[in-house]
Design a protein around this ligand. Structure first.
Ligand code: F6P
Length: 341
């Protein structure tokens, strides 16, 4: 069998571990694996493929990024996209396709599956907002990076008696902010799920000052709706997502805090550092498990499905169910984080 594999959307630590987990057992069983470069771009142009040999996946489990490259190309927005994907798969004699990605990439996979393309999925997004699965490749590494950044910012904030505003990614959900903030001991966390007012932030900072705490760390999710703090940007990608980092919510909030309270305030935007570098051990292990599961699904010819993590084990789910809705931070998790503000 000839298996095509691609990674789409934002890269994330753990993608290489998942690719390796598909390639190794496939080659051991006598199958051929074809790498498709740069996500759906590799299937919507003239076809951008290469055969993945065993040694190409040696020494990559610890590497961030993706050896296949990625893009935010959306075949649904490309004229004749479905036919292009089909003909490229045919020309490379690909019998089965593995799509590793978040809601955008997997949304395309579900669409192709409905059109009869033999496809399986693997969950990846540092935003951690896919339904059904409790694990997405890259989230643990992102939380780890945010936690370490907060540890470092604590010492400098304390030395200078400053307010530090830390902007983190996560698109329309606050998973990275709430888990990173909880682990890093944030003094306030603002996320899209439970919008706070600017007044609430100021009052909280004032309470801390009058309680003798002369520095504060505020974690703000890039997509938070803090009334009046940042405008929604106009620039969007091929999947219709606004580029939220351009709102500058962290910088803007820091300015307002300094103006209103007179406290010295600095903003740090963690940005793409949250997606770079080596995956955590947790991401390596679970990326391996969901990657290997994708190959199992191919062996069983269970098209349109993917491995999801539930209660500590990998289970099967329809790709269409995983992308049906966005998983959002539950109230109890946010309230738990807030008890430490
Ligand atoms: O979806 C992952 C993510 O990192 C989001 O958290 C963020 O909003 C977006 O991608 C950034 O996209 P880009 O890499 O295109 O700037």
């Amino acid at each position: 069998m000839r298996i095509g594999i691609l990674t789409g959307g934002g890269d994330a630590p753990g993608l290489n571990a998942a690719i390796r987990a598909v390639v190794r057992p496939a080659l051991a069983s006598g199958d051929t694996v074809i790498g498709i470069r740069n996500g759906w771009a590799g299937l919507t142009g003239s076809g951008d493929f290469f055969e993945i040999e065993r040694r190409a996946v040696s020494g990559i489990i610890q590497l961030g990024g993706t050896m296949l490259g990625s893009s935010r190309v959306n075949p649904r927005k490309v004229e004749g996209g479905l036919e292009l994907v089909r003909s490229n798969l045919e020309s490379a004699s690909i019998d089965a396709l593995v799509a590793i990605g978040g809601d955008d990439t997997l949304g395309v996979a579900a669409w192709l599956g409905e059109a009869g393309v033999p496809v399986v999925g693997v969950p990846k997004t540092m935003d951690n907002d896919l339904s059904v699965t409790e694990y997405c490749i890259g989230f643990d590494s992102a939380v780890h990076i945010v936690t370490e950044a907060l540890d470092r910012l604590h010492t400098t904030a304390a030395s200078h008696h400053r307010v530090m505003v830390v902007e983190v990614m996560g698109r329309d959900t606050g998973w990275v902010a709430v888990e990173g903030g909880l682990a890093g001991g944030a003094d306030f966390i603002a996320i899209p799920e439970f919008p706070a007012t600017l007044e609430a932030v100021m009052q909280h900072l004032e309470r801390r000052r009058s309680g003798g705490r002369d520095f504060s760390i505020i974690v703000v999710a890039e997509g938070v709706d803090l009334a009046g703090v940042a405008e929604t940007p106009v620039r969007t990608d091929a999947f219709g997502h606004a580029q939220l980092s351009r709102r500058g919510v962290g910088e803007r909030l820091a300015d307002l805090i300094e103006q209103e309270t007179g406290n010295e305030t600095r903003a740090t935007v963690l940005g793409h550092t949250q997606r770079g570098g080596s995956p955590t051990a947790f991401d390596r292990i679970w990326a391996t498990r969901v990657g290997a599961y994708a190959y199992d699904l191919i062996r069983r010819q269970e098209w349109g499905r993917m491995g999801v993590v539930r209660c500590g084990t990998v289970e099967t789910a329809a790709i269409s169910d995983v992308v049906a809705e966005q998983r959002r931070v539950p109230r109890e998790l946010y309230d738990l984080a807030a008890t430490f503000f």
